[in-house]
Design a binder for this molecule. Structure first.
Ligand code: DOR
Ligand code: ZN
Length: 346
């Protein structure tokens, strides 16, 4: 018997669309299945002002296929010179849905990020007042902290002190990768939530490193040991509304991944929904997929859920997703979950 699953159309609460040829190639991949996406601002140069966010939104809309209702939700890149009034204006006009905090040097194009939290307190205080969420890349950049410990150390030394100082600030812990992240998100009240990527539910650090290095599994925060992956699966499939999908689909051209100093990022937009259905089925939690992918995110962002739906069908024949997508600048490899996908989006 064919199994079918219809859910409210999902949203992606953490997505990289880039610009130019890559933007044109990857936007349709997300627009095919998702209603909305929180679009990351780490372009070169970054999207730091309302004017820049409005212009970037236009470029994204130009890349959305004409038969799609996809809506990009814009973010601003927080710098130590961000003007609180500009943030308040961008939020009041509905242009911007969140502000992104990158600790300087933590990841791709984060050089303009924050070195000293004190320098951005006026912006964060304004955001707390108006209820605008702060999306946080939660890793310290201190050279003497091991890369596998950077999330846990960030929670203890940066995030928790910040939240104690400004308890009304609404915070999304982006792409959590550890049991410490899960535990901290669970300990928060209504002002704290966490996104989880598809790939961190599927790979651990062995997939990245055993039997040869797999550059296409390299992302930040880096995949951790198995117990952390299991904690993420438990959180995502628990039905706890504080956890929702943020794919962190992060396209990089293949030559930039397959390099002696390869870029961090997993591109998963095209097959994420099929991967998630597999994960939730493996966890006997298909009934929790809609909450994670379609309901919990809008609830935190105080937006209505999508009015339409998406149907998946489990078939004996595996889905045929391409190994890579082509852009005018070259190919981008699609995330390989390491197993056949049988849940087709119909
Ligand atoms: O793996 C990642 N890629 N992590 C990030 O935080 C940034 C992203 C990117 O922009 O490529
Ligand atoms: Zn990201």
């Amino acid at each position: 018997m064919t199994q079918r699953l219809t859910i409210t159309r999902p949203d992606d609460w953490h997505l990289h669309l880039r610009d130019g040829a890559v933007l044109r190639a990857v936007t349709p991949e997300t627009a095919r299945h998702f209603g909305r996406a929180i679009v990351m601002p780490n372009l070169v140069p970054p999207v730091v002002s309302a004017v820049e966010a409005a212009a970037y939104r236009e470029r994204i809309m130009d890349a959305v296929p004409s038969d799609s209702d996809f809506t990009p939700l814009m973010t601003l890149y927080l710098t130590e010179t961000t003007d609180p009034a500009d943030v308040a204006y961008a939020a009041a006009t509905g242009l911007v849905s969140a502000v992104k905090l990158y600790p300087a040097g933590a990841t791709t194009n984060s050089q303009s990020g924050v070195r000293n939290i004190d320098a951005v307190m006026p912006v964060l205080e304004t955001m707390a007042e108006i209820g605008l969420p702060l999306c946080v890349h939660g890793e310290v950049t201190t050279p003497d902290v091991d890369i596998f410990d950077r999330e846990a150390v960030f929670i203890e030394t940066v995030l928790d002190p910040l939240r104690q100082r400004l308890p009304t600030l609404r915070v999304v812990m982006e792409h959590i990768t550890t049991e410490e992240g899960v535990k901290y998100a669970r300990s928060g009240g209504e002002n704290l939530a966490a996104t989880i990527t598809t790939h961190h539910l599927i790979i651990n650090r062995n997939n990245l490193l055993v039997g040869g290095i797999r550059p296409h599994y390299y992302c930040l925060p880096v995949a951790k040991r198995e117990k952390h992956r299991l904690a993420l699966r438990d959180a995502a499939t628990s039905g706890d509304s504080r956890f929702f999908l943020g794919t962190d689909s992060a396209p990089h051209l293949d030559p930039l991944k397959l390099s002696a100093c390869g870029c961090a990022g997993v591109f998963s937009a095209s097959n994420t929904v099929s991967c998630l259905a597999a994960v939730f089925e493996q966890e006997s939690a298909l009934d929790k997929l809609e909450g994670f992918a379609s309901l919990n995110g809008p609830a935190f962002y105080r937006l209505p859920t999508n009015a339409d739906s998406l149907t998946l069908e489990k078939r004996a024949t595996p889905c045929e997703y391409p190994a890579h997508i082509d852009t005018e600048d070259g190919p981008i490899t699609l995330f390989d979950p390491g197993f056949d996908l049988h849940w087709h989006v119909v």
